[in-house]
Design a protein around this ligand. Structure first.
Ligand code: NAG
Ligand code: NAG
Ligand code: NAG
Ligand code: NAG
Ligand code: NAG
Ligand code: NAG
Ligand code: NAG
Ligand code: NAG
Ligand code: ZN
Length: 902
């Protein structure tokens, strides 16, 4: 799936909520689910203990039964409720005798089990069946006779389930299409397939699905595979349509998907489509399609797919690839095989309304999801601890695909760097986690969900250890040999090793890579150009944390005299890094390594001088990274905070965006720590000055206005007022809208806010809505912020999927921070549906006092929250902030005062 943060801000949609009666009988489906599993080691079945036991639960399915096929028949919602009912038959192969069958089922009412011996056609009696009401979600079926190793069996089950409104499992979504309209869709990663039908819901239990969906005549059913045919049928006194699908490829349950809707598709001219025999279709609300909003996505999908086919040397074998823009979806996008679901903002683009940035977000997101059709769908991780094999690769490959697609793409480097910094940030905490933790550490569903974080998505993109050629060859062989199978990271290392060996290389891939994937965190290397000393240690914000971790580090290094070259840290010669007089040394050229670099003070100063006199001698990426390293080394107390601040002086001559973005991102930490204190005045004065040096209009307006430059808010207010007077025509340039809207609402009062709210409610354009939704949080009026917070509790005003990002933008606003924190505590049950992890992370970002720390700890205890990573991380981050603020406040204040004075 797509990482929430980063796109969530740009994604939205809000409409009228449904009257339940209208959706009666919306979905009827037949699923024939056929599983064949490669040889698996039979392991003993789990021991069931009473539910009061304090032993850790055995959470995984036993592997003694190898499911071979499922038949899930005629799931239907027969009356005026949101219930569905259906039947399923699973056939499976037994590799170790047992008289108990376990499979997954959650929130399903399961009955009527019938077990057959497929080889003899004899029926085997069932003595009991129970669904464990615990975290394992096991459906346990006791048989009268044992199943024998080598035999093939089938299990019939009838079940009822509920169509939810909370964006998981089979859920209903409403949208305005003249009158309210409805659709049903699924979202099943990581562990919700078991809420749709009883199944062996683990990624390694791959299966072929034969699906039939029975639905209303005026709706379209989409599934993982191409439609095989449709007939009309009389059910419940009405004529319905039965849609039969071709069998899916062998795939994991979490990739199962269907939608039933009145959506239409964006027909792309055949010449533009990917292959005439394989149309990729893009579906959305009919009015969005009619307005052409899906055209851009439809246009680029085929090209990206083609790029991957060439790159991997493996064709996309499915007959269809549908993409659908859903008005509601709990994640940015989900890569279900053959039916990729997106939030509307991830797929819909309108020329003249959406910003250029939005266009690149869409291209990158599509490229991410399409990469999954190979990395994740074709070759899947054995278990969720290795989910980085899906997400890391999809993120990494999306850069290449987009660069290939849009050679003029400006954002590639910016994305790369902001992803890198996102991973660096979490991974500098002692409560971080390894990219690939041991399986035992990722068992419970909440532990699996914790894995979908910045580290999993972004750590792998740093690629210095890879020789491009070897890497590509290894990866392509890996994909080809493990097609339709499951892997762990060792399989990947083995294949890269093969390519390395064939190329005559000497690196032991696993040995090197395991230091990066099996250990949490990352190193900072310190280079002393006076005595030539180079050493590494773990980089941690909290310098009191002990660490003896050690990495194999490839260092690409250059100096003012020498071009970049690669050297391994442990093989650096004694005086290799001693600088001649006046010479500087720069390590981690182009930021391809996942580590930070610290230098002796003289080298920092020489680099600064170089930057101030002729910045272009230093590669662009490093101009951004030097600032980021300096600020973070200061956060970790490895250098003085004033040295970091000094490192930004070169910016007054910097015309490229990237170093500015990096600086603004880092200064944001200062803003968060100090915008409630007396340091903020001099900081704003300084920010105002800086805004005049900015060459990016958007960033300049943003920086200038947020530092209270009067001319800036006057301009924003005027542009916004023009729009208000006209009411209809909006002449603000699309690329500037988000910043102008925000600044005008911030400077304005109820009138501006209400105009923006009206426009938000009435707009049918997704990116316009998203920009307005964010702008509404910019007001400084407490009563408006409180009203807005209340609106997030009403799905008719703010869609459930937008609740989290709306509260986060309110918390970003210094005027809304405390309100948002109080609000999420008061309404945790509802708002945490919008992403508990990002809410806690976002709302506590300013926390830097003992009182706030205690409040956070009390909140976790009072709510009895699972011991999740994100809570530990928020607590640790707060502790780090408390120390940092107390130690640095005075010198920061003095630096900014001096800077303003000069
Ligand atoms: C499923 O529904 C179809 C269409 O109404 C019907 O023909 C078929 O008999 C049903 N199958 C089962 C097993 O109920
Ligand atoms: C499910 O199976 C039961 C028992 O075989 C049958 O009576 C019922 O019609 C089936 N339901 C559907 C929706 O096919
Ligand atoms: C709707 O159908 C379900 C399942 O068949 C049944 O349990 C429920 O009582 C029915 N509800 C009404 C209102 O008829
Ligand atoms: C589709 O792509 C072609 C070139 O590849 C371009 O000329 C055309 O403008 C694009 N259409 C849209 C709607 O983006
Ligand atoms: C490493 O990543 C950078 C930045 O995305 C890219 O330019 C470079 O080609 C990559 N190198 C390898 C060996 O993959
Ligand atoms: C670098 O080496 C010199 C000479 O040995 C020493 O005085 C200085 O403290 C070192 N600096 C750092 C940052 O280690
Ligand atoms: C930062 O710059 C100021 C003014 O140039 C200088 O006095 C100070 O020593 C510098 N601080 C550090 C830590 O380099
Ligand atoms: C804008 O125009 C619409 C429709 O003409 C009207 O309903 C709305 O009240 C107007 N809004 C403002 C702020 O004038
Ligand atoms: Zn993904």
């Amino acid at each position: 799936m797509a990482k929430e943060s980063g796109i969530s801000k740009i994604l939205a949609g809000t409409f009228v909520f449904l009257t339940i009666s209208v959706i009666a009988g919306i979905v009827t489906m037949i699923i024939f689910y056929k599983t064949e599993i490669a040889l698996m080691d039979p392991t003993p079945r789990p021991m069931f203990t009473s539910s009061t036991t304090s032993l850790p639960p055995v959470i995984r399915l036993p592997k003694n039964l190898v499911p071979q096929s499922y038949q899930v028949v005629n799931v239907t919602s027969p009356n005026q409720t949101m219930l569905f009912t259906g039947n399923s038959t699973v056939t499976f192969h037994c590799v170790q005798g047992t008289s108990v069958v376990y499979l997954h089922s959650r929130n399903l009412d399961v009955s009527g089990p019938v077990v057959m011996n497929k080889d003899t056609n004899e029926r085997i009696g069932v003595s009991s069946m129970k669904n464990e009401e615990d975290t394992r979600n096991f459906l346990e079926i006791q048989l009268n006779a044992a199943l024998e190793a080598g035999g093939n069996y089938s299990l019939f089950l009838a079940f009822n389930g509920e169509i939810t409104e909370n964006l998981n499992g089979v859920f209903v979504s409403t949208y305005a299409q003249g009158s309210p309209a409805f659709l049903a869709a699924t979202n099943l990663e990581p562990a919700d397939a078991r809420t749709v039908f009883p199944c062996f819901d683990e990624p390694e239990m791959k299966a072929v699905f034969h699906v039939t969906i029975i639905h209303r005549r005026d709706t379209v059913a989409l599934g993982n595979a191409d439609m095989r045919g449709e007939i009309h049928s009389n059910i419940l006194d009405d004529v319905w349509k039965v849609t039969y699908f071709y069998p899916t490829p062998k795939m994991s349950t979490y990739l199962f998907a269907f939608t039933v809707s009145e959506f239409t598709d964006s027909n792309v001219l055949c010449a533009l489509c990917y292959r005439c025999v394989l149309p990729t279709q893009t579906y959305a609300r009919p009015d969005a399609i009619a307005a052409g909003h899906a055209k851009y996505a439809a246009n680029i999908t085929g090209k990206i797919l083609k790029f991957y086919e060439n790159y991997f040397g493996i064709n996309y074998e499915q007959k269809t690839l549908d993409q659908i823009a859903l008005p509601d979806l709990g994640v940015g996008a989900m890569e279900n095989w053959g039916l990729i679901t997106y939030q509307e903002g991830g797929l819909l683009y309108e020329d003249g309304v959406s910003s250029l940035l939005h266009k690149e977000v869409i291209a990158t997101l599509i490229a991410h999801e399409l990469a999954h059709q190979w990395f994740g769908n074709l070759v899947t991780m054995k278990w969720w601890n290795d989910i980085w094999l899906n997400e890391g690769f999809a993120t990494y490959l999306s850069f290449f695909a987009v660069a290939h697609m849009e050679p003029y793409s400006k954002m590639k480097d910016s994305y790369f760097m902001s992803n890198l910094h996102a991973a660096f940030e979490v991974d500098a905490l002692a409560s971080s986690h390894p990219l690939s933790p041991p399986q035992e550490d990722v068992q419970m569903t909440f532990e699996i969900e914790d894995m979908f974080d910045a580290i999993t998505y972004c750590k792998v993109q740093s690629n210095e250890t890879r020789n491009e050629y070897i890497y590509d060859v290894g990866v392509c062989m890996y994909l080809s040999d493990f097609s339709y199978k499951n892997t762990d990271q060792n399989d990947l290392w083995e294949y890269i090793q093969k390519a390395e060996d064939e190329d005559g290389g000497h690196t032991t891939v696993a040995k090197v890579m395991n230091t990066w994937t099996k250990q949490m965190g990352y190193p900072v290397i310190t280079i002393n150009t006076t005595n030539g000393e180079v050493y590494q240690k773990q980089f941690l914000f909290n310098d009191s944390s002990e660490s003896s971790l050690w990495w194999y580090i490839p260092i690409r290094v250059m100096s003012n005299a020498a071009e970049p070259s690669l050297v391994w840290l442990e093989s650096i010669k004694k005086d290799e890094f001693i600088a001649k007089s006046g010479e500087w040394i720069l390590a981690n050229v182009n930021c391809a390594g996942y580590y930070r670099v610290n230098y002796n003070r003289e080298n920092w100063e020489r680099l600064s001088t170089q930057l101030e006199t002729d910045p272009h001698r230093i590669p662009l990426m490093n101009r951004g990274q030097l600032v980021d390293d300096a600020f973070n080394l200061a956060r970790a107390k490895l250098i003085e905070v004033t040295l970091a601040l000094n490192s930004t002086r070169f910016l007054q001559n910097e015309r490229a965006l990237l170093p500015w973005e990096s600086t603004v991102r880092n200064l944001e930490y200062f803003v968060l720590m100090f915008d409630r204190s007396e340091v903020y005045g001099p900081m704003q004065a300084c920010g105002m000055k800086a805004s005049f040096c900015l060459h990016s209009q958007i960033l300049a307006i943003d920086v200038a206005c947020s530092n209270a430059l009067p001319e800036c808010s006057a301009m924003a207010t005027k542009m916004f007022a023009n729009w208000m007077d006209n009411n209809r025509t909006n002449r603000i340039h699309p690329n500037l809208r988000s910043v102008i809207y925000c600044q005008a609402v911030a400077a304005g009062g109820a009138k501006e806010w209400e105009f923006a709210w009206d426009k938000f409610q009435s707009s049918i354009d997704t990116s316009e809505k998203d920009q307005l939704r964010e702008a509404l949080s910019c007001t400084k009026k407490i009563w408006l912020l409180n009203r807005y917070l209340k609106y997030t509790l009403n799905p008719e005003k703010i869609r459930l999927m937008d609740v989290g990002s709306t509260i986060l933008s309110i918390a970003d606003n210094v005027a809304g921070q405390a309100l948002a924190w109080n609000f999420i505590r008061a309404h945790w049950e509802y708002v945490s549906n919008g992403g508990a992890a990002s809410l806690i992370e976002g709302v506590t970002r300013r926390f830097s006092t003992q009182f706030e720390l205690e409040e956070l700890e009390r909140f976790a205890a009072d709510n009895n929250l699972s011991p999740t990573k994100y809570l530990q991380q928020a607590v640790e981050q707060t502790q780090v902030n408390i120390v940092w603020v107390s130690e640095n406040k005075d010198s920061v204040l003095k630096w900014f005062e001096n800077e303003t004075a000069s």
